[in-house]
Design a protein around this ligand. Structure first.
Ligand code: ADP
Length: 465
């Protein structure tokens, strides 16, 4: 049905490659002398041979440390852009948050792709989500995470000193990372990116103003003075909001006043986090509610701990935290049925979007989870779990790639219909969860299951495709 799903048909494409990354250092402002350190990383790519000849060790990993929104992702892209190499990225929170059970195998394929397409930058966002010191997470949640972390360590070691694949990770909490991660040869270089000061803020505003119709006499310094404590992401947003303001008034230039007004709105948004419109809150609520409502129908996924639509770092939608039965989830080894159920859950946001907003209005809010579903479906087929491909297990057979893809597509389509069916059957529950989420922003386990008891229509699902 959707474009995202249709793309699964065809040749194998790198899943973690970001195409068309065209960021340069001039797009990142307010860096001061940090820029020199980043220029050196670019040289590891462009002058790698020279470094090696002189016996200078090239670090395997670089850690960008700093609060959300200061431009860590942007910088990693700029390194790739300046060096002219491929950019692969993944958010470590994906390993643990919408729980997959295939964290380790994701890390493996991420590095596999990066190697096949070298030279490349691998960017891992929010490393602390998976790199937290072992033993800090108690209970079964830790096992899967440890497997993922171990795989990451192995992958990092595989590229040590070669300089053709360099990993850049971002974190706000370098202090809690597992010591094994920061050992020499791994993330042995840390770069701190602080919040911008007055001049930094002015420069960031100016960078984002480049592509906008600004009035000649805009006083950037005045706006910078009004935005103490704000980071690049918020400053970029001020320019966008100011532009909308100008359009609404039918003017053709953005003035200092537009910027000051936008700064005030951003400031208020920062304080009560209401920068989302009521419609957006609702849309995010539908997205997260769908995940929880579909998941609660499945034995291995029904242990919902927490559902929230509160933004984190100003860019996440929200998330559903599930506790899994880890005995069944050895490293990358999911039971057949659980994997099918998981795929169905990942397609729930997409299905909900269609049911609540209609085909014509589909947004991209579900793009990430739909991607998860697609890759899980391939895992399913490649693992020999699909009836049709029992004999095919575990490795690629080049001339059968199309066959694998079309089988994966069949599974995605089947799961999508299944997600829709569950959502339709549970419309009352969906409405109740959505309304409470919009009102309270988060639901505890107890609150969620109270609604399930009142409104849920849970039925055993036909076991298999
Ligand atoms: P982080 O990874 O640190 O959370 P991002 O790199 O995702 O932050 O920043 C989000 C957006 O904010 C960027 O895409 C960019 O538009 C803007 N931004 C952040 N920092 C800067 C900066 N130093 N210069 C210019 N733009 C910035």
């Amino acid at each position: 049905s959707g474009a995202r799903v249709r793309r699964a048909h065809g040749k194998r494409l790198p899943q973690y490659l970001e195409r068309g990354v065209d960021v340069k250092f001039t797009d990142v402002a307010g860096l001061g002398k940090i820029r020199l350190e980043l220029e050196e990383i670019v040289k590891f790519f462009t002058h790698g041979e020279m470094y090696r000849r002189r016996g200078v060790k090239i670090p395997g990993g670089i850690l960008l440390c700093g609060p959300p929104g200061v431009g860590k992702t942007l910088l990693a892209k700029a390194v790739a852009g300046e060096a002219g190499v491929n950019f692969f990225s993944i958010s470590a929170s994906q390993f643990v948050e919408i729980y997959v059970g295939v964290g380790a195998s994701r890390v493996r394929s991420l590095y596999q792709e990066a190697k096949e397409n070298a030279p490349s930058v691998v960017f891992i966002d929010e490393l602390d989500a998976v790199g937290r010191e072992r033993g800090l997470i108690k209970g079964s949640g830790g096992q899967e995470r440890d497997a993922t972390l171990n795989q990451l360590l192995v992958s990092l070691d595989g590229f040590e000193g070669r300089g053709n694949v360099i990993t850049i990770a971002s974190t706000n909490r370098p202090d809690i990372l597992d010591p094994a991660l920061v050992r020499p040869g791994r993330f042995d270089r840390k770069i701190y990116i602080p919040k911008p000061g007055l001049i930094g803020r002015m420069e960031i505003l100016q960078v984002h103003a480049r592509k906008k119709p600004m009035a000649e006499d805009v006083d950037y310094l005045a706006v910078a003075g009004m935005t103490d404590g704000m980071v690049g992401a918020e400053l970029a947003n001020i320019i966008e909001v100011a532009a909308i303001n100008m359009m609404r008034d039918g003017r053709t230039e953005i003035t200092t006043d537009d910027l000051l007004q936008a700064a005030q709105i951003e400031e208020r948004g920062m304080l009560d986090r209401k920068e989302r419109s009521p419609e957006t809150w609702r849309q995010v609520a539908i997205n997260e509610a769908a995940t929880a409502v579909v998941a609660v129908n499945f034995p291995d996924l029904k242990n919902i701990e927490f559902v929230t639509i509160a933004p984190r770092a100003g860019r996440e939608l929200g998330y559903v935290r599930m506790k899994m039965n880890h005995l069944k989830f050895k490293e990358g080894l999911l039971s057949r049925q659980s994997l099918l159920d998981h795929i169905t859950v990942q397609l729930a946001p997409r299905a909900a979007d269609e049911l609540w907003y209609g085909e014509g209005q589909l947004s991209t809010i579900w793009a990430e989870t739909a991607d998860n579903a697609r890759s899980a479906a391939r895992t399913f087929v490649l693992g020999g779990l699909s009836e049709k491909h029992h004999g095919l297990s575990n490795f690629w057979v080049p001339d059968r790639i199309n066959e694998i893809d079309s089988e994966a597509l069949r599974i995605v389509n089947w799961s999508y219909e299944r997600a829709k069916e569950i959502l339709q059957r549970n419309q009352n529950l969906m409405n109740a969860v959505v309304n409470e989420l919009v009102e309270k922003k988060s639901l505890t386990k107890q609150e969620f299951f109270h609604l399930v008891e009142l409104h849920g229509n849970l039925q055993p699902m036909p076991p298999s495709i």
